[in-house]
Design a protein around this ligand. Structure first.
Ligand SMILES: NC(=O)c1ccc[n+]([C@@H]2O[C@H](COP(=O)([O-])OP(=O)(O)OC[C@H]3O[C@@H](n4cnc5c(N)ncnc54)[C@H](OP(=O)(O)O)[C@@H]3O)[C@@H](O)[C@H]2O)c1
Length: 343
């Protein structure tokens, strides 16, 4: 098999392609020939050495894939063999062969490509947890989605629109036309406009019922100010920790210092009628049945045409660095994937 390793923290070019014998599925495991593997912002933070959940280097990053089952381990129904699947893994996803437990997989419905399948797990499960499970977004409400043109942003927008909400999105200007086409009512170029002022303007001073913010740092404070009474702020990332392509702790420390460590105190929350919550899908491994249920709901929404994964670009395993550059250059509209030679 072929895998992409992060041998040490650094620029995208540190990513290294290595070959190893194909793994044999252990008891309870299923082996998948991967056609497409998802690239996530967390992998970039991991490569830069600012993602605390990543196991020590050298490490193979990656959380998700789409492909076909070619072998099963002891105790697993051989009926899996030959099935087209999508799945989640706890690191190790930048591989063209993976072995995972049966409950980390689901069959791809008819018509869903391996690429679409690989674009679903992390982005859509995170969006589902934010919009549906914890954000409780309902019809008639307005949501502010940061990085709306990214993988999670597009997923959250599709789910929010399906629930009858209005979407305001922040994104680099080049993505605005696409976002309007997707159904985003108002686009904000956060690099040249103050998003708090724009949100107040758009909502006639009232604010929004839900904000989804993975920029982090001082953005959390500003997002909190965008909330209307009864509004909720969902915090789920820290993109602001990444300022360049080389390892640097400075932007991480600056961003961490700008976090609202003391702003969300119980009295402020009660008097403001506001709520704050956090999401980290990577720490939901203790709740496999819950997450499986969400994935089943998302596959059903795919069948209904609500979940429509947008693949921005695909890169061969040899050019994993190109995939990281694309995201760090803020050029991606939707999901960036690694594809194997078989794909
Ligand atoms: N907690 C969780 O479980 C969870 C799960 C998935 C993702 N996340 C977080 O959600 C965020 C989005 O993830 P994603 O995988 O969907 O990535 P993505 O949004 O597809 O790609 C990154 C986009 O983020 C925007 N961005 C904002 N600050 C940036 C920076 N400092 N450097 C580069 N780009 C920046 C850029 O778009 P614009 O310039 O257009 O804004 C860029 O195109 C990340 O912070 C990620 O860590 C969290």
């Amino acid at each position: 098999m072929r895998q992409i390793w992060i041998p040490r923290a650094g620029a995208p070019e540190v990513l290294e392609l290595r070959e190893a014998p194909d793994p044999t599925p252990g008891p309870g495991q299923v082996r998948v020939r991967v056609e497409a593997a998802g690239v996530n912002f967390a992998d970039i933070m991991g490569r830069l050495g600012v993602y605390p959940d990543l196991p020590p280097m050298p490490v193979v990053p990656g959380y998700e894939f789409g492909g076909r089952v070619d072998a099963v381990g002891e105790g697993v129904d051989a009926g899996w063999i030959g099935k087209d699947v999508l799945g989640l893994c706890r690191f190790g996803g930048y591989s063209d062969v993976v072995c995972v437990r049966e409950n980390q997989l689901t069959e791809r419905p008819e018509g869903m490509s391996a690429e679409e399948g690989a674009a679903i797990p992390v982005n859509y499960l995170t969006a589902y947890q934010l919009v549906v499970v914890m954000g409780g977004l309902s019809a008639g409400e307005t949501v502010l989605v940061h990085s709306a043109g990214g993988g999670v942003g597009i997923a959250a927008t599709q789910l929010a629109l399906h629930r009858g909400a209005t979407v305001i999105g922040t994104a680099s200007r080049g993505k605005h036309d696409f976002l309007r086409g997707l159904g985003v009512s108002h686009c904000i170029d956060y690099r040249s406009e103050d998003f708090v002022e724009r949100v107040k303007e758009i909502t006639n001073g009232r604010g929004v019922e839900l904000v989804l913010d993975a920029v982090g740092g001082s953005s959390f404070k500003k997002s909190y100010r965008c909330l209307a009474p009864s509004g909720r702020l969902g915090m789920f990332g820290f993109s602001a920790a990444v300022a360049g392509k080389e390892k640097s702790l400075l932007s991480y420390l600056k961003g961490a210092a700008a976090m609202p460590w003391f702003d969300f105190n119980p009295v402020a929350l009660m008097n403001g009628n506001k709520g704050v919550f956090g999401v980290n899908l990577g720490r939901m491994w203790g709740e496999p049945e819950r997450v499986r249920g969400w994935l089943a709901a998302l596959v059903e929404l795919y069948r209904e045409g609500v979940v429509r994964p947008k693949v921005d670009s695909t890169f061969p395993f040899e050019d994993a660095a190109g995939a990281h550059h694309r995201i760090q250059d803020r050029l991606n509209v939707g999901k960036v994937l690694l594809v194997s030679r078989r794909g």
